[in-house]
Design a protein around this ligand. Structure first.
Ligand SMILES: Nc1ncnc2c1ncn2[C@@H]1O[C@H](COP(=O)(O)OP(=O)(O)O)[C@@H](O)[C@H]1O
Ligand SMILES: Cc1ncc(COP(=O)(O)OP(=O)(O)O)c(N)n1
Length: 272
C-alpha cells in the first residue's frame, strides 16, 4: 500500500513496532516511537515485555501474556492497518512463535524488519535461551530484512565467520535481506547488506567517540521500517537509516551514571 497524506499534504505511513519497553527511554519501544516520529510516520506499538532498565543495565524483565501481544497486533492491523512492521525484544519462545504466526497473516507486501534482540549493550540477556531456536526457525522466514549485530549473527548462524559467510547461512533461513551491523567491530562501523537476489552493499560511517549509544540497534531498525513504509526500497531505506543513526550517536548525551541514549531529535535541534 502506498503512504497516505496528512492534511498538510505530506506523505506518512503507519508503522507498527512489536517490542519491549525500556523504562530508561533509550532503547526498546520508546526508541522505536521516537525514531518513527523523527521520520514523520505514524508509530504504533504492541508491547511484548516490560524491562526495568537504566543507563547501568537491565535490572529485570517480565513478558506480557501472549494473549495481550496477539490482541494488540490484531487491534492495530484489523482497524488502522500497517505499511511496515518492526520487531525487537520478543523475550520468550512462545511470544517469538506467536509473532512469527501473526506476521505470516499480514497482507502480502507489507515489509517486516526483524531486529533479533538477544542482549542489551551491557550484556544483560533480553531473551530466554530456548527462544533462539524459535527466532532462527520461525521468525527469520517471515522477515523482509533482519538486522543482527555481529554477536547475534553468529548466535543465529551457529558459527563465526565473515559478514558474507554469516549472511549466506542466515539467508538460508528465509529472510529476503540480511544487514549485519558493525557497531561491535573494531574501527569505523561498517554495516553489510546482503540480498537473497545477490545484491551486496556496504554502509560506512565514522565511529563517534561517544559512549552514549544506548538503543542504536532499535533506532536503526525502526528507521529502516519507517523508510520502507514510506516506499523506499531496501537499499535506500538502509542508507537513510544509517545516516540517521550516525547523527543520533554523534549527538548522544549523558543521562544517569552509565551509557546514555542517542539523540532521536538531532536533526530538529538546530531548528529548536
Ligand atoms: N560509535 C558509533 N558511531 C557511529 N555509529 C555507530 C556506533 N556504534 C554503533 N553504530 C551504528 O549503530 C547501528 C547499530 O549497531 P550495533 O551497535 O552493532 O547494534 P546493536 O545496538 O544492536 O548492538 C549500526 O548502524 C552501527 O554501525
Ligand atoms: C526493551 C529493550 N529492547 C531492546 C534493547 C536492545 O537495544 P539496542 O538498540 O540493541 O541497544 P543496546 O541495549 O544494545 O544499547 C534493549 N536494551 N531494551
Amino acid at each position: 500500500m502506498s503512504p497516505s497524506a496528512t492534511p498538510l499534504g505530506l506523505p506518512t505511513a503507519r508503522v507498527l513496532t512489536i517490542a519491549g519497553s525500556d523504562s530508561g527511554g533509550g532503547a526498546g519501544i520508546q526508541a522505536d516511537l521516537k525514531t518513527m516520529l523523527a521520520f514523520g510516520v505514524h508509530g504504533m506499538s504492541a508491547l511484548t515485555a516490560v524491562t526495568a532498565q537504566n543507563s547501568l543495565g537491565v535490572q529485570g524483565w517480565w513478558p506480557l501474556p501472549e494473549e495481550a501481544v496477539r490482541a494488540q497486533v490484531r487491534s492495530v492491523v484489523d482497524d488502522i492497518g500497517v505499511d511496515a512492521v518492526k520487531t525487537g525484544m520478543l523475550g520468550t519462545a512462545g511470544t517469538t512463535r506467536l509473532v512469527a504466526a501473526l506476521l505470516g497473516e499480514l497482507p502480502s507486501g507489507v515489509p517486516v524488519v526483524v531486529d533479533p534482540v538477544c542482549a542489551s549493550k551491557h550484556g544483560d540477556p533480553l531473551i530466554d535461551d530456548d527462544a533462539v531456536d524459535a527466532l532462527r526457525g520461525e521468525l527469520l522466514r517471515v522477515a523482509t530484512v533482519i538486522t543482527p549485530n555481529l554477536p547475534e549473527a553468529e548466535l543465529l548462524a551457529g558459527r563465526s565467520g565473515t559478514p558474507a559467510e554469516l549472511a549466506e547461512t542466515l539467508l538460508a533461513h528465509g529472510p529476503a535481506w540480511v544487514l549485519i551491523k558493525g557497531g561491535h567491530a573494531e574501527g569505523d562501523p561498517v554495516d553489510h547488506l546482503f540480498g537473497a537476489d545477490g545484491t551486496v552493499a556496504e554502509f560506512a560511517a565514522a565511529r563517534s567517540d561517544n559512549r552514549h549509544s544506548h538503543g542504536t540497534g532499535c533506532t536503526l531498525a525502526s528507521a529502516i521500517a519507517s523508510r520502507l513504509g514510506l516506499g523506499d526500497d531496501v537499499v535506500g531505506a538502509v542508507g537513510a537509516a544509517k545516516t540517521y543513526i550516525s547523527g543520533a550517536v554523534a549527538a548522544g548525551f549523558p543521562l544517569g551514571a552509565g551509557i546514555g541514549p542517542t539523540d532521536h531529535l538531532w536533526r530538529l535541534r538546530a531548528h529548536l
